[in-house]
Write a protein that binds this ligand. Structure first.
Ligand code: SF4
Length: 430
């Protein structure tokens, strides 16, 4: 059967750009940040950070003012007595967990999240999780206890989600059934998940699971017939763990913008033998809406130059979207880490002379940014203020992870995230 649409669009460049690697001072958040979007998604999970007051402040301030209801995350503070080895941290942790689970019977999945301080004192959270899981998993409470690290020593910003999902994979049920089913991997806002489910349904694909699910009871099972699409580009460990269980990765561009979403959906449609007509019929109206919504932002963005500092690992698919659908020039595409296989379909669509930099040496990168003098800079919060003070227009990379941006219906909003700072700057100088 011929594919419903080629993976590479007709505008694709002949070969992928070279990737330069830099190792130096980095300016990125740690993996605890992922708790902000993960706790919203898995509604019966709780994230217990085993860390310091700094860790508690980081997630509280990243979560903003949402703490009116009881939150689904908290911090077990490691204090001076723990650091000095005067207290038994395991005993204290057991007490905190007992207290928490008694107060919150709605919790069915508890993550013990490691941090820099828990690593420094070498607190073995995997043993703690095993012990607590035995205690609460097999009791009437039925609580699954897992652990992963969100520490700044081991993880950057979006790697926290990868570590969390990779910890969940071994708990998934496996099956021998060759029955073909699709798994969409990576946290998506519920509204985006519903839209994708409806689109797959229109193509006749009803056996579709999302990972992570909204509730822990909905965790998918994996078998030799499972194929998966990544919805986020920062899930290397999770993908590897799924492949070890026999699932097969479908390489595709990420579902950003009209073109990215079409190619992403097409990969699934191909794998399920959906006919060209059925596919086109399903996507025709939403794709048109996406193209129109994106076009509204072309006036501001066409022919403008953008510079990406490494932050979320979304940089390469975003650069592909901004270049092909909005006519932007790419001064530099910095990204913390490039997973060649997962990124290939986006990478080959960048102009072959694009400067793609993996890792960071922040001072050198700042010099290159100043020399390139781009119209828009995408960077972390720490760099945004100084760059604005130097006269650059910036976009906070973290917003691109907190905002629903995947799929047709969000394509216009995604373009708006880049055009808005330019409009604001024009108003300021007018
Ligand atoms: Fe800071 Fe480390 Fe805690 Fe992250 S985990 S907030 S980097 S101390």
């Amino acid at each position: 059967m011929s594919p419903v649409i080629p993976i590479r669009s007709s505008t694709a460049e002949a070969c992928a750009p070279d990737i330069t690697t830099e190792r130096g001072q980095r300016e990125v958040f740690c993996g605890l940040t992922g708790i902000i979007w993960l706790h919203r998604k898995i509604q019966d999970a709780f994230f217990l950070v085993v860390g310091s007051r700094t860790c508690a402040h980081l997630i509280q301030s990243a979560a903003g003012v949402m703490i009116f209801a009881e939150p689904r995350f908290g911090t077990a503070i490691i204090d001076e007595r723990d650091l000095a080895g005067l207290a038994d941290c395991n005993e204290e942790l057991d007490k905190i967990v007992a207290d928490l689970l008694q107060r919150r019977p709605d919790i069915k999945l508890l993550f013990l999240v490691g941090s820099c301080p828990s690593e420094v004192i070498k607190l073995d959270l995997s043993r703690a999780a095993y012990r607590l899981n035995t205690q609460y998993g097999q009791s009437g409470a039925g609580v699954k206890v897992l652990n992963y690290s969100g520490s700044g020593i081991e993880t950057t910003f979006t790697q926290g989600e990868d570590a969390c999902l990779a910890a969940l994979v071994p708990t998934l049920k496996t099956t021998d059934s060759p029955h073909r089913k699709l798994l969409v991997v990576g946290t998506l806002a519920d509204v985006v998940e519903d839209q994708f489910r409806a689109l797959f349904g229109k193509m006749g694909m009803h056996d579709v699971d999302f990972f992570p699910p909204r509730r822990s009871a909905q965790l998918p099972s994996i078998g030799p017939g499972t194929v998966f699409l990544l919805a986020q580009p920062f899930l290397a460990d999770t993908a590897r763990a799924l492949e070890n269980l026999g699932a097969q990765h479908l390489p595709a561009p990420f579902p950003l913008g009209a073109q990215g979403t079409t190619a992403w959906l097409a990969q699934a449609a191909n794998a399920f033998g959906v006919s060209h007509d059925v596919f086109e019929n399903a996507i025709d109206a939403p794709r048109k809406r996406a193209v129109q919504a994106v076009a509204k932002h072309r006036t501001e963005l066409n022919d403008k130059t953008i510079f990406f500092f490494p932050d979320s690992q979304l940089e390469i698919p975003l650069a592909r979207f901004l270049h092909h659908e909005l006519g932007m020039h790419l001064a530099e595409v910095g990204t913390p880490y490039v997973h060649r296989k997962h990124m290939e379909a986006d990478l080959i669509q960048l102009p072959s002379n694009t400067r793609v930099v993996e890792g960071q040496d922040v001072e050198q990168q700042l010099d290159r940014c100043r020399a390139a003098n781009p119209d828009l800079v995408v960077c972390g919060l720490g760099l945004a203020n100084p760059l604005e003070a130097e006269g650059f227009t910036t976009k906070w990379a973290i917003e691109l992870v907190f905002t629903p941006i995947q799929g047709y219906e969000q394509a216009g909003d995604l373009a708006g995230l880049f055009s808005r700072p330019l409009i604001r700057r024009l108003k300021l100088v007018a």
